[in-house]
Design a protein around this ligand. Structure first.
Ligand SMILES: *Cc1c(COP(=O)(O)O)cnc(C)c1O
Length: 418
């Protein structure tokens, strides 16, 4: 069967195909950057509108009306918990990756003369690295001695052997991404946690590129803490409120940063100067929740529930496998830097090309949205709104652009956001 017929057949069989209608796709484009900013669904649009109407109709009364904003984060967290294999007490929707990571590291990082290192990887996303640096500086720990970055041999992937080798007796915290944001490599969270815990090391994960596209078992795997954002695969909207997971065994810990929304709900409005921590991850919240940036998440989560995270992962593996096959066939000179086995990667495929930037730019002229990070082009077919046929079209276009050097039309100058 040729590649196009295969795509059409898969689209026909696709159990998630009905979801595409839910999403507003700008200008009818083929949208392959759902790993960066997911699209707006009708369902999310509606849940946002509901909150606007509550504000319009009730003003301050919205805090305790039918869908009380006072409990909004906690209610949504309850819905979210199953996607992460967490107990509802273990997660809270709040803050951003950056602020939640500050909270988590500040809480968990208590360096001693024997255990003071934080281990992460050299491919890490900049904001994560800034947090680790600033937390160490806050403790007056010398970054050269204290912050260890696991090296990558090829600049794209990590090996388990290198990760394990980095876990020594002087390590306080191991912090890694579940999926490396450039290459899309998926790490084996369960195995890493087991190994690190055996050495007495606390383990945290950044789930930015796995939440909403891969099932997790955070509780069972024993992850100590995790952070993520909800504007990528979850489709919660630009700057959507993020998430924090704190394993049950740490629920007695004092949050390093306290705020009045971390208080027990019954006590909060006593306006006492004594902090009575809410049970569970909720106790790590800071100020008033960003209700308008939580609202779309309600609709997004409903879609996710209907689709089922297992189905999403199955389609994601199949459609990225298809993308790999067709790239190898049509553009053999391209290097695919993502792991070739679907089990070892997240929801996107990364390829490298010296002209990555200009290629990604000219693709927009053909209504194909992809992104580039350095010489990497990332192609992310979101299982809820991308089809196999679109993958076929996008890779064919990519082939034409490269063969005919169409990208020469653009200057090399980078835009502010790539
Ligand atoms: C998207 C992303 C971030 C962004 O952090 P914010 O605080 O939400 O802006 C951080 N880390 C990783 C790995 C990401 O992919």
């Amino acid at each position: 069967m040729d590649y196009l017929s295969y795509a059409l057949k898969q689209d026909d069989l696709d159990r998630l195909k009905e979801f595409k209608k839910q999403f507003h796709c700008p200008d009818g484009s083929r949208y392959f950057v759902g790993n960066s900013l997911g699209l707006l669904s009708e369902s999310a649009e509606q849940s946002l509108e509901e909150v606007l109407i509550e504000w319009k109709d009730h003003g301050i009364g919205g805090w305790l009306s039918d869908n009380p904003w006072y409990y909004f984060s906690e209610k949504l967290s309850e819905k979210f918990a199953p996607f992460l294999g967490a107990d509802k007490s273990e997660i809270i929707l709040t803050g951003s990756i950056t602020s939640n990571l500050h909270q988590a590291i500040a809480t968990f990082y208590q360096p001693t003369s024997k255990r003071f290192k934080i281990v992460t990887d050299e491919l890490s996303f900049p904001t994560d690295m800034y947090v680790l640096q600033s937390q160490m500086q806050h403790h007056n720990v010398d970054l050269e001695k204290g912050l260890k970055k696991i090296k990558s041999h090829d600049g794209f992937l990590l090996t388990e052997e290198d990760i394990f080798k980095s876990i020594k007796d002087d390590v306080a915290i191991l912090f890694l991404p579940s999926v490396i944001y450039t290459s899309g490599q998926l790490l084996n969270i369960k195995k890493i946690v087991e190994y690190a815990h055996a050495k007495g090391v606390t383990v945290g994960f950044d789930l930015a590129h796995s939440v909403g596209v891969i099932p997790h078992q955070l509780h069972e795997w024993g992850v100590d803490f995790a952070v993520w954002c909800n504007y990528k695969y979850i489709n919660g909207g630009p700057g959507a409120v993020g998430g924090l997971f704190i394993h049950e065994r740490h629920h007695e810990k004092e949050p390093a940063f306290k705020g009045w929304f971390g208080c027990d709900k019954q006590q909060q409005f006593n306006m006492s100067h004594t902090f009575y921590k809410a049970k569970g991850a909720g106790g790590f919240q800071l100020g008033t929740p960003h209700i308008l940036s939580l609202a779309p998440l309600k609709g997004s989560l409903e879609l996710l529930e209907q689709a089922g995270i297992e189905n999403i992962r199955l389609k994601s593996m199949k459609i990225t496998d298809y993308m790999v096959d067709i790239i190898k066939e049509l553009i053999p000179e391209l290097t695919i830097v993502s792991p070739l086995l679907a089990n070892n990667r997240g929801g996107h495929i990364a390829i490298t090309h010296d002209e990555a930037y200009r290629i990604s730019k000219i693709m927009r002229d053909y209504k194909v949205i992809v992104d580039c990070r350095g010489n990497i082009i990332r192609l992310s077919p979101h299982p809820l709104y991308c089809s196999f046929r679109e993958v076929w079209e996008v890779v064919n276009l990519l082939q034409r652009i490269i063969d005919e050097e169409l990208y020469l039309k653009y200057e090399k100058k980078l835009d502010i956001i790539t």
